[in-house]
Design a protein around this ligand. Sequence first.
Ligand SMILES: O=P([O-])(O)O[C@H]1O[C@H](COP(=O)(O)O)[C@@H](O)[C@H](O)[C@H]1O
Ligand SMILES: [Mg+2]
Length: 572
Amino acid sequence: MDWKIASQKWLTYENLDPNLKQQLNQMDSTELEEAFHEHITFGTGGMRGKLGPGINRMNIYTVRRAAKGLALHIEQQGTDAKQQGVVVAHDPRHQSSTFALEVAKVLGVHGIKTYLFKDIRPTPLLSFAVRYLSTAAGVMITASHNPPEYNGFKVYNEEGAQLSLEPSKQLLEKVNSIENEFAVDVLEQSDLEQQNLLVWLEDEVDNAYLNELNKITINKNAMEEDISVVFTPLHGTASQLVEKGLTQLGVQHLSFVEEQRPPDPDFTHVELPNPEEAQAFEKAIKLGEDINADVLMATDPDADRIGVATRHNQEQFSILTGNQLGALILDYILTHRTIRDVTPVMFKTIVTSELGADITKHHGGIAQDVLTGFKFIAEKIKNLEKDSKHQFVFGYEESYGCLVEDFVRDKDAIQAAIIVAEMVAYYKAKNMTLYDRLEELYEQYGYYLEDLHSLKLEGLEGMKQIDDTMTYFRNQNALQVDGLSLHSIEDYVSRKKHIIQSNDTESIHLPKANVVKFKFTDGSWCCLRPSGTEPKLKFYFGVKGKTAEDSQRKLSILKESILSQLNKVGAK
Ligand SMILES: O=P([O-])(O)O[C@H]1O[C@H](COP(=O)(O)O)[C@@H](O)[C@H](O)[C@H]1O
Ligand SMILES: [Mg+2]
């Protein structure tokens, strides 16, 4: 795409939205190139990008284009799909409610009805709403945990799952067939309402969801133990449903980090609304200490990720990683839920700890890996639906996302909050914290330890560095790490696994993806991939040791050996 031609078209478009026009006039050539060199595209979590003028940005024109692509995609599926309509929700970000309404205005032109939530709602509720309302698709306007200057467009299929690769590709083809983003027709809100093409949703869907949420409890008696929970939605969407869910579960002492409770597009009282970052817990920890809470929970703005902090040695709070929390929930489900006559199946991603796989196998279950992105887990759950011999029991990712029950088909932080509260109460009655249980798991299965290192590499220059670094590591057949011996290299582009010692090659039965994974003979591993939601290159590390110190030592050596090579490619 020639960014000069594309930006010229915008600069000379007379009816351009005045706010966008003003911003456009202030942009220098570097900013114009970034904003116009390509059309904004679909990554791990749908379409996500910075707000502002440009075809590579989130604005009413790129949203209309995406919505029209969706309308064409639905039309292709036939008249039934058209009649089923689309459900749309949004988070509290800048422009989110405007974009949600724009989607309805575009779909309306195609005679497709939109069910639109009046107020902000979490992503998992949108996923639930798709099947509850039997719509043909769903759209969530959110950029999840990204910084305030971002927004995004997550697309869901009729199962309430984010579109997987093939449907995503088909949708993208439709979107790309729309040449002029300024020529996408829209209907006015009043016309939509008059023609019954816009139906406003209040709390009917929430009530149905809360009803399902009530059923996930495993040990009903656990809540006899009094627990104190601190919760923060990090200025996002989770507040109401988490409050109702925990109250119906029987949690009596629920305290909010009040400053971070109001929905706020600027996320004023948190540096970044990402529970993966320790700073997101600062205020929750302070409150938790003041009121002597048992557990702290933080959800990202669209409430599909949850972070949890638990007491360590009965004293200070320690933030659990997504791997640790996932292992704890999985262990709790497999230990306490009655599963008869079926084999339990757990799904995790290739960059998630192997502890979960060990736990599942110990309970006679099957653990399966998928690529990063919860859509791949949702796809697997769907395939299990008709299988009477196997049962989905849990799905999780290292990045703070998990799913307990499949009435939602995306990661669900609200379900996680409920089961975590139950677990905290269950262990408290035994005079234990979640951390104590984790220690027991390490004793039983081995000291699994993981870490993530992200390099923020923005813009066109960043993309080049990401490419160079991936190419460099792809070719490290003789990678040396002190004390470890390389077993194999998996390249998910060629979908080949190269076994070092035998020089054999095996096929990888997962879709093509820009991922390289090194595996060592002792089970340690390192995986790298560009993020599909943020301008980052991610390095994931995993080791297993005999003791905590042993795994800590292995992890430091592994990280140091890999990351010290970055200066060879000029990335930092
Ligand atoms: O951002 P969310 O909460 O929608 O989460 C999204 O992004 C995460 C990070 O992806 P990446 O490493 O490609 O940035 C994925 O693990 C997740 O499956 C996806 O739904
Ligand atoms: Mg999210």
